[in-house]
Design a protein around this ligand. Structure first.
Ligand SMILES: CC(C)(COP(=O)(O)OP(=O)(O)OC[C@H]1O[C@@H](n2cnc3c(N)ncnc32)[C@H](O)[C@@H]1OP(=O)(O)O)[C@@H](O)C(=O)NCCC(=O)NCCS
Length: 422
């Protein structure tokens, strides 16, 4: 494998404005043409927090060609009401003629420095199974999945609905002026999630502004009763999945949910698809509706995440953790949980009358606590797996009886869903 100093012919550097066209061409070639279009959107379409300096390129100095690249997409995630800065590693590609030479790893090392400089507490990635665990990432948040339902079965979704005479709902494409009013609906749609991505009006406008041939082109529709906004939904066509994808939906009444579903159905039929893919969290009412109407569940994949600083991260989300304890038998608890991470530092989670303070604990000691790998603890802390799941699947995950009840109260299994921010 090459290291940055081993061969000066290949240099990792931050991209500049002059690289724009070459980057678009590179990603269009290594992934798909739509990824090239998306690259241009990311760099010129006003995505909040993205600029050319968030792209790395690895250049062959002999030919001045880009042979590998990746980028970081900065975003904010909401953890039970606490905002956490996150970096997403994206568009990770190496020219097929240059693979297996350590070029991705060289860039990943540089990315880690950029994440520290941007004060990110978390790094996340989608993508190739098996690849990112080599870089310290762990599956921890449901991603996509949903229900596929044929158009004949969609009609059955409305069967238990009680129509409300006199209420007339309509829908239309969202325009720029709608986004500020839609943000509270998104907040409502993600309220029951422990982890979700934050959405601003500016991010919404960027996403909807992508050209139709972009990898992540999406359309937002506003649900209205008279002139009042009562919900929204988002659609994207996927020839790859051979379906119209209903990506997000939020409404206030059965009629509203049904209007969103019917509109998605009509859009699917008009585009020649014979099924709808409801890419929604399991908690969304339309997910359940489609299940009862005979839709086929598609298990979600998962976001892979890496906590960049455990002490800082846990202290930041302490208000959400303290609230869980306060609402339980452990209200005003004084006590501690020691988490011995086999491949990282030991953490000391100390409660003093309900207030949490986390610190790195130099001495792993023999005190009662939790023994886990970073991956296992990540899944527990994100509410993705319960301690019971982990105990069942990993013989090397251990929890002392004396703190087990407190641990489960602090880290229960919880629903999460992170919508992409691009
Ligand atoms: C995935 C890809 C970026 C790897 O680039 P690369 O420059 O060949 O990677 P490296 O040589 O730096 O390898 C880095 C590590 O990843 C591993 N790796 C590479 N491709 C892998 C794969 N498909 N699955 C599992 N591990 C993989 C290597 O074994 C290596 O491990 P090591 O450092 O522990 O030995 C490249 O194959 C590619 O562009 N693929 C097509 C686009 C893609 O799928 N991108 C990722 C999804 S966004």
């Amino acid at each position: 494998m090459l290291s940055p100093t081993a061969n000066p012919q290949f240099e990792v550097r931050t991209a500049t404005e002059e690289d724009l066209d070459a980057l678009v061409a590179f990603n269009g070639r290594v992934f798909r043409p739509s990824a090239g279009v998306w690259t241009r959107s990311l760099l010129t379409g006003g995505r909040p927090g993205t600029s050319i300096r968030h792209f790395l390129v690895l250049e062959d100095r002999a030919t001045a060609q880009i042979v590998a690249s990746l980028c970081m997409l900065l975003q904010e995630w909401n953890f039970g009401g606490v905002s956490i800065p996150v970096s997403q590693m994206e568009l990770v590609g190496t020219d097929p003629n240059f693979r297996g030479r350590g070029f991705m790893r060289m860039q990943a090392m540089r990315l880690a420095q950029m994440e520290r400089a941007e004060r990110c507490l978390l790094s996340c990635v989608q993508g190739v199974p098996g690849l990112y665990q080599k870089f310290g990432y762990e599956y921890a948040i449901p991603l996509k999945g949903g229900t596929r339902i044929s158009l004949e079965k969609v009609a059955g979704c409305g069967s238990s609905r009680i129509p409300q005479p006199g209420r007339v709902l309509s829908f239309r494409r969202a325009v720029a002026a709608d986004y500020p009013a839609l943000v509270p609906f998104y907040t409502e749609a993600t309220r029951s999630m422990f982890v979700s991505s934050s959405r601003t009006a500016a991010l919404w406008a960027y996403q909807d502004g992508q050209p139709d041939d972009s990898e992540h082109a999406i359309e937002t529709y506003v649900l209205e009763e008279g002139a009042q906004i009562v919900g929204y939904f988002r659609l994207r066509q996927s020839s790859k999945l051979n379906a119209m994808v209903l990506r997000e939906a939020q409404a206030q009444t059965w009629d509203g949910w049904w209007a969103a579903l019917k509109a998605a159905f009509e859009a699917a039929a008009a585009s020649g698809f014979n099924s709808l893919l409801l890419q929604l969290p399991r908690t969304n009412p339309l997910h359940q509706t489609a299940q009862y109407a005979g839709g086929d569940e598609i298990p979600p994949f998962a976001w892979q995440v890496k906590v960049l600083d455990w002490v800082e991260f846990l202290n930041r989300i302490a208000p959400a953790l303290e609230a869980r304890m306060a609402a339980s038998l452990f209200a005003n608890w004084t006590g501690s949980i020691v988490v011995r991470l086999r491949d990282a530092t030991t953490l000391h989670l100390g409660f003093d009358q309900g207030k949490l303070k986390v610190r790195a604990d130099g001495q792993a000691g023999a005190s009662d606590g939790v023994d886990a790998t970073v991956g296992m603890f990540t899944q527990l802390a994100f509410g993705y797996r319960s301690s019971e799941d982990l105990l069942r699947w990993h013989p090397d995950f251990r929890v002392a009886r004396s703190i087990h009840f407190a641990l489960d109260t602090l880290f229960p299994k919880l629903p999460s869903y992170v919508y992409e921010t691009y």
